[in-house]
Design a protein around this ligand. Structure first.
Ligand code: AMP
Ligand code: GLY
Length: 444
């Protein structure tokens, strides 16, 4: 399978996921230059990566940058620039872009749209209904209807909430109490709240590289969404991740691609919205088989930080082929992965996710790297001259990735490296990849 290698690549974004993307792409054979906009001081420490202060939310500025830098490919990291139409502007400027246009990005930006597409595609999601501002009474009635069937309730804000707009309620009373707050002050012609049946089971993130028609899955990963050990505390953007999933082998991942990604791609094409980019299926592996909880139109964070070190084939040529709508027919359903494992631990600032504290000096990053860990920067600022060289400037500050022959070894490496990094009030989970579920049954 011969694929063109993009020599010059622009990565949009500046978080931990983009650090991992830039690191991975810059390290591949034939890639000569990776520009990251806006990137960060942490990302700029990566060999072969330059950061430029261009706003990724401005379609015109991004198109101008891509043209001026004569890049062969743009890879969009976060969802917000996609929702702002950056991919549409790049396409209009004739620049190959890996990431969907604004309308296709609604798969993530609107949970109601996602449910609609999934239903039309015959893809299984949780039972759900969407409600607009002013529809409090019908929303409460739907909660009572689900409760009468013995079903728990999940409340989700429609629209982008960076993984934090979801309440998995503990009781019907709690659902009835919180639902109106999602609708208060919201317009009556737009869904503001999605109410879903509460499912149970381990979760899995299966992210595929898509060219509009074909999908090829990256190694599967599992995120740890709750803030505290034993899955307690509020949902966050993700506190750690690991790959591979011993409970989801390649055959199961291939079956998931066939049952979730491929039908969604077909339905999006039918709607005139061909999807090119990372299609992220957030799944719950229920006792009755996998159910789609959410679609993201980008890579996961922190999943990317553990997935990319495990991809055993060059990624840049695949992303370029997908951007050109031409993944070869012989592309496998699941990309080859390294035999080893990767475990990523997120180090978060005190007060995350509600009100993260900024400005604390960080020590120990160099020592973690010297141990062989990968340290991806998310919310840091450079503090030249200060001990340690870095300060906190965001909620999720760093992701520390350990690698090893198996999950236990990778976990040990990640824990040891995370132990070397410190600042006042640093918060992390101690149970990332500690308990791994048994093999799930996923029949095609
Ligand atoms: P989402 O942003 O839709 O992925 O939701 C964030 C997290 O909330 C998921 O990763 C799950 O942990 C949890 N969650 C979402 N939907 C459900 C559901 N229907 N049942 C149980 N938990 C859910
Ligand atoms: N880690 C979950 C996400 O990126 O949405």
């Amino acid at each position: 399978m011969h694929l063109d290698v993009p020599r010059r690549i622009l990565v949009l974004g500046g978080g931990g996921r983009e650090h991992a993307l830039a690191w991975r792409l810059a390290g591949e054979a034939g890639v000569e230059d990776v520009v990251c906009a806006p990137g960060s001081a942490g990302i700029a420490t990566t060999p072969g990566v330059r950061c430029v202060a261009v706003d990724p939310m401005s379609p015109a500025a991004v198109a101008a940058l891509a043209t001026a830098e004569a890049v062969d490919l743009v890879v969009v990291g976060p969802e917000a620039p996609l929702g702002a139409g950056v991919a549409d502007a790049l396409e209009a400027a004739g620049v190959p872009v890996f990431g969907p246009g604004r309308e296709a990005a609604r798969l993530e930006t609107s949970k109601a749209f996602c449910h609609d597409v999934a239903e039309a595609a015959g893809v299984r999601m949780a039972r759900a209904a969407a409600f607009c501002g002013g529809e409090d009474e019908v929303a409460l009635a739907f909660i009572r209807e689900l409760a009468a069937d013995g079903t728990g309730i999940v409340l989700k804000a429609d629209g982008l909430a960076a993984g934090k707009g979801v309440i998995v309620t503990e009781s019907t009373a709690m659902a009835l109490e919180y639902a109106p707050s999602f609708l208060a002050g919201r317009p009556s012609d737009q869904p503001a709240l999605v109410i879903e049946e509460r499912l149970t089971g381990p979760e899995a993130s299966v992210i595929a590289v898509c060219d509009g028609e074909r999908a090829t899955a990256l190694p599967a990963a599992r995120d740890h969404k709750r803030l505290c050990d034993d899955d307690r505390g509020p949902n966050t953007g993700g506190m750690g991740a690991y790959s591979p999933l011993p409970d989801l082998d390649d055959a199961a991942v291939a079956a998931i691609v066939e049952r979730f990604h491929t039908p969604i791609l077909a339905e999006m094409r039918r709607r005139g919205l061909p999807f090119r980019g990372f299609l992220y299926a957030g799944l719950m592996l229920t006792p009755d088989g996998p159910v789609l909880l959410e679609v993201n139109v980008r890579c996961g964070d922190p999943e990317t930080q553990v997935i990319l070190p495990r991809v055993a084939v060059p990624l840049a040529p695949l992303l370029l082929a997908a951007a050109r709508r031409s993944l070869p027919a012989e592309t496998p359903a699941v990309l080859p992965a390294t035999a080893g494992a990767a475990v990523g631990i997120v180090l978060a600032a005190h007060g995350y996710p509600q009100s993260p504290k900024r400005g604390d000096p960080i020590v120990g990053v160099d020592a973690a790297v010297a141990q062989g860990a990968l340290v991806f920067h998310a919310g840091t600022v450079a503090r030249p001259g200060a001990a340690g060289g870095w300060g906190t400037s965001g909620g999720r500050v760093l992701a520390v990735v350990g690698r090893g022959a198996n999950l236990a070894q990778a976990r040990g490496a990640a824990e040891r490296a995370a132990d070397t990094i410190h600042w006042d009030g640093v918060h992390r989970r101690r149970d990332i990849a500690l308990q791994v579920p048994a093999q799930a049954e996923v029949s095609p």
